[in-house]
Ligand binder design. Structure first.
Ligand SMILES: O=P(O)(O)OC[C@H]1O[C@H](O)[C@H](O)[C@@H](O)[C@@H]1O
Length: 547
């Protein structure tokens, strides 16, 4: 049955009417009117605390959003995903990244496949391998222990493991240096190879499809570089693969005994929990990797069982939807007040924008509202000194997700107090703003002339009323990181169901790839320059003339 268009549903229309009323609200007034607002609009789950009180919502907004979630079938779709139904309807696949973190005694059979048993069989192999590398039993071809791991992958085969290894820096093995090569730009692999010794380096070729052009080119370059300095028999000690494509892995020359498999029901951007997480397991050890999975599983349990009104991913998704649809916010800024989370905004860009950056519904109809906002961001306090100006006083309203740990992984407590103070003060400033009267009063106190006060007041006034969420954890560890990622995965899922888009395909990535192949052949002289537009022709000519 075709799903009704979003704007035709009763709950969406009720929200539209309600939004007209909400246009006049100011967050200052909402806080002043309800001293319990923080208690009422915060929720705790899986080691995370979400304060969503600094959003332009009231109790009625939340009721209407919950009704929308129910009318759009968020709970049914969630259950269908966890049951292994083929909810990725353009690729006819199940969506089972949550099964990758399910405990061993769970049972889930899909297409006759005992999914959980297969997952745990691969985890056992990952454990044996990572233990051997970490404790020095796995030796390079000249008998030396591994000191450097180079992960070659892109998109989901890079962003997750790289972000997690950085985030879990305090848990890292002291002997193992992690390197990540993703870009087809030779500067990327050149820089990595210049830092490592072939005798003590392990390359992980990570690609779900094992056909991705960038990864294949980087993998070939790494192989050639290695074989210039080591015999062919040494390869198995230094190259392993992570993929769903066994044939392509053996064609590349990696023994499938050194391949860690995963499955087509794991989307690239949801794959850090699978063998794609091998660099994470190598970096922090299998015990901590298991904690990472367990943290995500705790969020899964919450997502599956909590009612909409107390369900953290649902609330995050619904409020984001409200901001996008009814406040008209074109982007969301992610502000981790934690330096070790500095790749988290980049990770979320793929997670959310590749998932929900769609213009047609699951049935192929044009979406009747805007869908995914732009996701971007940078660690606090760095962002404050770069683009927060626009967030405070620009013409667009950009909701912000502040993310912070209450306790640091260092003992420089003055730094941590300063960091948290900035985080909380920013969310307060976005909420409250500074009125023209407050500005005038300040300027009067500074003894400025009346004319000067009137001239400066508009520049120094802050409208406030700018929405934000604050997500807190005790400290950043494998379990809280796992829960944090799973929170955003499920938030993305909830929004995908509300918009009725397929969050699990990514056809939009294809066109550029096909055209790049043609242009590459023209650049290298394999084919004659084709008939492009004048701009593309001109650019190709300039590049050909330069070589
Ligand atoms: O893991 P791979 O098959 O190499 O894919 C790597 C990435 O490339 C693609 O173009 C997709 O857009 C991503 O979703 C994917 O994560």
């Amino acid at each position: 049955m075709r799903k009704p268009a979003l704007t035709s549903t009763a709950s969406y229309q009720a929200l539209e009417t309600h939004a007209i009323e909400a246009e006049d609200w100011h967050l200052r007034a909402l806080f002043a009117a309800d001293p319990q607002r923080f208690e009422r609009m915060s929720v705790e789950a899986a080691g995370l605390f979400l304060d969503y009180s600094k959003n332009r919502v009231d109790g009625r907004t939340l009721e209407l959003l919950a009704a929308l979630a129910r009318e759009r079938g968020v709970e049914q779709q969630r259950d269908a995903m966890f049951a292994g139904e083929k909810i990725n309807n353009t690729e006819n696949r199940a969506v089972l990244h949550a099964a990758l973190r399910a405990p061993i005694d769970t049972r889930l059979v899909v297409d006759g496949q005992d999914v959980i048993a297969e997952v745990h069989a691969v985890l056992a192999r990952m454990k044996a391998f990572t233990d051997a590398v970490r404790n020095g039993d796995w030796l390079g071809h000249t008998g030396k222990p591994i000191t450097d791991i180079v992960n070659i992958g892109i998109g989901g085969s890079d962003l997750g493991p790289k972000m997690a290894c950085l985030a879990l820096r305090p848990f890292a093995h002291p002997r193992l240096a992690m390197h990540f090569v993703s870009n087809v730009d030779g500067h990327d692999i050149d820089a990595a190879l210049s830092r490592v010794d072939p005798q003590t380096t392990l390359f992980i070729i990570a690609s779900k499809t094992f056909t991705t052009a960038e990864t294949m080119m980087n993998a070939q370059t790494a192989r050639q570089w290695f074989l210039q300095q080591a015999p062919e028999e040494a390869l198995p000690k230094h190259f392993v693969a992570v993929s769903t494509n066994e044939q392509a892995v053996s064609r590349f020359g990696i023994d499938t005994a050194n391949m860690f498999p995963f499955w087509d029901w794991v989307g690239g951007r949801y794959s850090v929990w699978s063998a794609i997480g091998l660099p994470v397991a190598l970096c922090v050890g299998f015990g901590y990797f298991s904690d990472f999975l367990a943290g995500a599983h705790a969020m899964d349990v919450h997502f599956r069982s909590a009612p909409v009104e107390q369900n953290m991913p649902m609330l995050l998704g619904l409020i984001g939807f409200w901001n996008r649809e009814f406040i008209g916010c074109p982007s969301v800024s992610i502000a981790p007040y934690h330096q070790d989370l500095n790749r988290f905004p980049a990770y979320l860009q793929q997670l959310e924008m590749e998932s929900n950056g769609k213009r047609v519904t699951r049935d192929g109809d044009l979406a009747d509202t805007e869908t995914c906002p732009v996701i971007w961001g940078e660690c606090g306090t760095n962002g404050q000194h770069a683009y927060f100006q626009m967030l405070h006083q620009g013409t667009d309203i950009t909701p912000i997700d502040f993310i912070a740990a209450l306790r640091p992984a260092h003992d420089l407590y003055n730094h941590h107090a300063a960091l948290l103070a900035n985080c909380f003060a920013q969310s307060e400033a976005f909420m409250k703003g500074k009125t023209a009267d407050e500005v005038r009063k300040d300027l009067q106190e500074q003894g400025l002339s009346l004319a000067e006060i009137e001239r400066l007041t508009p520049h120094k006034t802050f409208p406030g009323n700018r929405p934000s969420n604050t997500i807190l954890m005790d400290y950043l560890n494998p379990a809280t990181l796992g829960a944090l990622i799973a929170l955003y995965e499920h938030k993305t899922f909830v929004q995908g169901v509300l918009w009725d888009v397929n969050s699990f395909d990514q056809w939009g990535v294809e066109l550029g790839k096909v055209l790049a192949k043609q242009v590459e052949a023209e650049l290298t002289g394999e084919t004659n320059p084709g008939q492009h537009d004048s701009s593309t022709n001109g650019l190709i000519e300039r590049a050909r003339a330069a070589v």
